[in-house]
Design a binder for this molecule. Structure first.
Ligand code: PEP
Ligand code: MN
Length: 362
């Protein structure tokens, strides 16, 4: 339920509304805009009667939100959330380019690649230090050393970084030694955007832990859609993060398990989900054409289609020598291809109609 206060309400009148919300066993989420104060009721609102608010002369409207996800819905907050990361803004109608290797392979790989990615138009550097792998025998990421490389690349290029926290456990290195600090602690300490991977989208305990640990700083979180998750489940996972105190959530589509077996495409690019999420939700939407296709030949077309459909950003895997990449080389593009994608994406960006993006400012 949302309660709209009248324009000229006093603090005492607001306090009375908050008191009645608590009395109904719910929590209040107050948002004071330039023109209006709007109060959202969080919790089980089934037994709360809207007349308890409508009877107050300083309340203009009280309306039930029909969606199971409330805080992330446009019904609740009509304007897209703006998330600032360094000099980039997600959710202002522009397209933010995040690019870099699937995994960090060492400083000799990362530094020249980060420079080339930036020169090609990349704005935020991606790279996995901790890798969720299908097989436990596969390379699991450089761990702490990978994070150190990302931090050095950020210092040298000025690019903010996005990297995944695979859990709140202690990473096991190739020599069998466990890292002293947890993966989550280390990633929170280093990163500018914390990535939650597709495999963890439904790990609700982890989502809660991430939100609680990052809410003070409101560290941006890039949440990837689970490979078999419905869009409602995806939005509810995002709701967990916002509900637990961190509103800076970026939705990332990365393909899902559909009709394609994996012979031609790794996943089914979920491009149709972009306008759905832009309509239903107030969060910025990023598209990852690399994992969605699993094939560098198709990354460009799908990336551009995502921009045309209204994506707020792209997450693209790049490598200077894709054939030799330690992970996901088949879907990595070179910085030269990235440059072409960015050039075309910038053209499409200028002709996108504002209705595609939903209300943005504010
Ligand atoms: C990644 O972006 O590095 C990754 C592992 O992606 P996903 O969680 O979408 O598989
Ligand atoms: Mn990858």
């Amino acid at each position: 339920m949302i309660v709209w206060m009248r324009r000229d309400h006093t603090e005492d009148q607001l306090a009375e509304v908050l008191r009645r919300i608590e009395e109904g066993g719910c929590r209040a989420d107050v948002s004071k805009g330039t023109e209006r104060t709007v109060v959202g009721l969080i919790g089980d609102t089934k037994r709360v009667d809207e007349n308890r608010f409508l009877e107050l002369p300083w309340v203009e409207r009280a309306v039930r939100i029909s969606r199971p996800y409330k805080l992330v819905s446009r019904e609740y907050h009509p304007r897209t959330r703006r998330i600032e990361i360094g000099s980039c803004v997600l959710g202002d109608g522009s397209v933010t380019i995040m690019a870099g290797p699937c995994s960090v392979e060492g400083i000799e790989q990362l530094l020249p690649l980060a420079e080339a990615t930036r020169a090609a138009g990349g704005q935020i550097l991606r790279g996995g230090a901790y890798k969720p792998r299908t097989s436990p025998y596969s390379f699991q990421g450089l761990g702490r050393e990978g994070l150190r490389c990302l931090a050095e690349a950020r210092e040298r290029t000025g690019m903010p970084i996005v990297t995944e926290a695979t859990g709140a456990h202690h990473h096991l290195g190739p020599d069998g030694a466990r890292e002293e600090e947890t993966v989550l602690d280390q990633v929170i300490a280093q990163t500018d955007i914390l990535q939650i991977g597709a495999r963890n989208m439904k790990a609700y305990g982890f989502l809660e832990e991430v939100a609680l640990r990052t809410r003070e700083r409101e560290l941006p979180i890039l949440l990837k859609r689970g490979e078999a998750a419905t869009l409602e489940e995806f939005l509810l996972a995002a709701e967990y993060l916002v509900h637990n105190g961190n509103p800076n959530v970026i939705l990332c589509l990365r393909g899902h398990r559909g009709g394609e077996s994996g012979r031609f495409l790794r996943y089914t690019p979920d491009l149709g989900a972009i306008p759905v999420l832009k309509t239903e939700s107030n969060l910025p939407v990023v598209f990852d054409p690399s994992h969605a296709t699993g094939d560098r030949r198709y990354v460009r077309s799908v990336a551009l289609a995502a921009v045309a459909a209204g994506a707020d950003g792209l997450l693209i895997e790049t490598h200077l020598d894709p054939e030799r990449a330690w992970t996901d080389g088949q879907e990595c593009v070179t910085p030269d291809t990235l440059r072409e994608i960015v050039e075309e994406a910038r053209k499409i960006e200028t002709i996108r109609s504002p209705e595609l993006l939903g209300p943005t400012s504010g």
